[in-house]
Design a protein around this ligand. Sequence first.
Ligand SMILES: Cc1cc2nc3c(=O)[nH]c(=O)nc-3n(C[C@H](O)[C@H](O)[C@H](O)COP(=O)(O)OP(=O)(O)OC[C@H]3O[C@@H](n4cnc5c(N)ncnc54)[C@H](O)[C@@H]3O)c2cc1C
Ligand code: FES
Ligand code: FES
Length: 484
Amino acid sequence: MGRPIRFLLDGEVRELHGVDPTLTVLNLLRYDLRRTGTKEGCAEGDCGACTVVLGELEDGRVRFRAVNACILFAPMLDGRALFTVESLKREKGAALHPIQQAMVANHASQCGFCTPGFVMSLYAHQREGAATDSGTLKDALAGNLCRCTGYGPILAAGQAMGADPDARLAEALAVELAGIRATESLEVEHKGRRFLAPRTASELAAAVEAHPDGAILAGGTDVGLWVTKQHRTLPTVISLNEVAELRRVEDLGDAIRIGAAVRYADAEAVLVDLHPEFGEMLRRLGGLQVRNLGTVCGNIANGSPIGDMPPALIAAGATVVLRKGGATRTLPLEGYFLAYGKQDRAPGEFVEAVIVPKIAAGRVFKLFKLSKRFDQDISAVCAGVSIGVEAGRVTDARIAFGGMAATPKRAAACEAALTGRPWTEATVRGAAEALAQDFQPIDDMRASAAYRLQAAKNLILKAWLESSAGAPTRVLEAEAVAHA
Ligand SMILES: Cc1cc2nc3c(=O)[nH]c(=O)nc-3n(C[C@H](O)[C@H](O)[C@H](O)COP(=O)(O)OP(=O)(O)OC[C@H]3O[C@@H](n4cnc5c(N)ncnc54)[C@H](O)[C@@H]3O)c2cc1C
Ligand code: FES
Ligand code: FES
């Protein structure tokens, strides 16, 4: 048996020996540690009732991240600090924690079931010293649902909670986290099942080759649900989260390289730098708890036809880097998706990174997501549109859609109908009609086939309208306000 999982809980080092590799942190808290303040609502990362906060040492400082305990496996606590709603408890007779006080003063709890989750999202926000204007708070709380619609008072509590009263303890926490940081890989065994968390890319490559049927685990925002919703038993889980090389975003000059363990929350700034359209797409991808765990490469690797990132990245001209043992190969991202549930990835191979070229100034670059809810909903249709226009003519076009076919897919006929033609409404309307040759979408619970095709055509037109002089631009903040 290897070393134990080691993490901090309210300043105390906790060790877990021989734990079930896919025990969720929610169940660990509720059944083993008897911390029942953390609630289970959906067990699929959607409602935020189970929100806890992870403290992680990054570049010498502690980052506080709200995450969903229901889809977080216990071994993922290794080397981290865990905060639950009980962590806010003060000595008997002492004043309430400022967040508790603000919740009380603003009447921000009704049924109370969702309350610990909201409190913990606010806690992470406060500890990060993030802004408390209503737009920023709404984004931070979009992954928490209050079924009795108490959002107004909860937002008011967020605005009233003030600064982190424990800010001065962050340095000491950094020292404690450095103290429990292990250099050797983690291997957890329990009743013949394993959780492997290698520390280097070559160890990871060896583990994936040795266990070609193992479940590769990045953020677990899909894999967690295999356990909690599909009740699958995973004999071997191989986590890539502890491989420092894979947590890097590198500037290659003309492109950026996003490693397989880079979460959305960490890729956001650099993607927004590539193009602000990525910002609007990412703030609607899951809630913050999902973006704090989920990775850009996980969204590619899972091969979903409705993932938000592939159409955007295909439009940007991204390539994916695959690794098997010591050998790597690179292919255009669109080539990775072969058929529904089938990707160009051999047994023992894994996605090491995605490389996204910088987007030339002046290109028409638009990302669209259509879903029933504004926040944290899966797309019915999503699109990435990248068009070069010179002297009023289209020089080249890369247009990709999600939700329109069995895989994320380029719209070849639509692109051909644009290329070389004047960038005018007539051209664009003709190209939009060509989408019927590219896609025969399906009816499902998210949208009908007819809706999907019509919406896709309209999005092409919208891209043209928004890029034309004097055209109205999207006011997403206003949409968000209307939603809240
Ligand atoms: C509440 C909720 C909301 C969500 N909202 C959205 C949304 O709005 N838009 C959207 O697109 N998705 C959404 N998702 C889905 C999910 O968050 C994303 O697909 C995410 O990017 C998956 O990344 P991950 O790191 O969590 O992957 P994981 O769950 O760890 O893995 C996903 C799959 O990819 C494999 N895998 C992961 N990394 C690699 C790798 N490097 N090499 C090979 N295989 C790998 C895993 O084995 C697994 O099959 C949502 C999920 C939840 C729970
Ligand atoms: S229980 Fe709903 S997000 Fe975890
Ligand atoms: S207070 Fe619990 S759902 Fe609103």
